[in-house]
Design a protein around this ligand. Structure first.
Ligand SMILES: [Zn+2]
Length: 325
């Protein structure tokens, strides 16, 4: 069997590393003691989700560890689960948990991007959910202060209309990082890595609220671990390649004007605008091309069904092809 956290070979459930990462080393079953929400139980489930703003169709529920079991909770949640959404307007929604898990694992294992600890987990009826550990909860209770980039930019539906989280650019996020984060060189490079990651893995939903700063114990802001990464094009084939522009007027740049999509020059211009040293930017960029085979291998190892592995792979290869041109 494969570990439901990292795909490593394991006898059953989660490997030791994943148990340490997710459950303080405890042996937790990969099967939850209850069924997913359905039309009858949805209302009850919703009482465990009041703390979250529900973004789009993906419902999120709060869990905590009680003895050796994960249980739904209204307060003191340590984990979030996202079951298969009940909505119908998107494609292949039943594979969202496997998709998000795979994309987060590629970020973590192939590109060494700090991400929220995560795994797959299953309801009693066998249907999958994506499980993630909250990084804003302190180990002994209490919370680290977290602010997303819509808040940091002062954007809300009141100030920028209903699509406020899609207004602005990744360069704007970089400039806010420079303003708020003492260790901004590391943080802007991580942002740059994530922007390219989202592009090559076809995550078109990396909007302002999907990036956050979090205060550490010294009270200093740093970029939070990455979260909500998935190959969104599988579910929403007509969407644009990126949720935000790379930088202002980027569509007038020579490469984009010619081809109608971003290429190497566009990303390097973003790096320049957020003061990343050109040599570092080039190195970050090149790893996406040099680690191509590692990504392909991980897609193959994932829990996606074959049909979706093929779609995932094709989108990845298309985007890598664009970067190489
Ligand atoms: Zn594992």
């Amino acid at each position: 069997m494969k570990c439901f956290g990292c795909y490593k070979k394991v006898k059953e459930g989660y490997c030791l590393d994943c148990r340490k990462l997710l459950f303080n080393g405890l042996r937790i079953s990969h099967i939850l003691p209850f069924d997913p929400p359905n039309n009858e139980t949805l209302a009850e489930f919703q009482s465990y989700s009041q703390r979250f703003s529900i973004s789009g169709v993906q419902l999120k529920y709060s869990l905590k560890l009680k003895q050796n079991e994960l249980v739904l909770t209204g307060s003191g949640g340590q984990y979030i689960i996202k079951p298969i959404p009940l909505a119908k307007q998107f494609a292949y929604l039943d594979a969202i948990p496997e998709n998000e898990h795979l994309t987060m694992q590629i970020a973590r294992q192939v590109f060494k991007i700090p991400v929220a600890a995560n795994s797959l987990i299953y309801f009693k009826d066998g249907s999958p959910a994506y499980l993630t550990k909250r990084f804003d909860v302190r180990p002994n209770g209490g919370k680290f202060q977290q602010e997303d980039f819509a808040q940091l930019a002062g954007k809300s539906s009141d100030t920028h209309g209903e699509h406020f989280k899609y207004s602005g650019s990744y360069a704007d996020i970089g400039k806010l990082i420079q303003q708020f984060v003492p260790a901004s060189v590391i943080a802007t490079e991580r942002l740059f890595t994530l922007v390219i990651f989202n592009y090559v893995l076809s995550n078109g939903d990396a909007h302002l609220k999907n990036f956050s700063l979090i205060r550490n114990d010294e009270g200093e802001y740093q970029l939070s671990p990455a979260y909500d990464l998935l190959c969104s094009i599988i579910h929403s084939p007509g969407e644009s390649d990126t949720a935000l522009q790379l930088y202002e007027k980027d569509h007038d740049a020579p490469f984009y004007s010619k081809y109608g999509y971003y290429g190497r020059m566009d990303f390097l211009e973003l790096a320049k605008q957020i003061d990343i040293i050109p040599l570092r930017a080039e190195r970050i960029f090149q790893q996406f091309i040099s680690k191509k085979d590692n990504v392909i291998k991980m897609i193959e190892e994932s829990f996606l069904r074959d049909e979706l592995k093929a779609i995932y792979l094709k989108n990845f290869q298309d985007k890598i092809g664009r970067l190489a041109s």
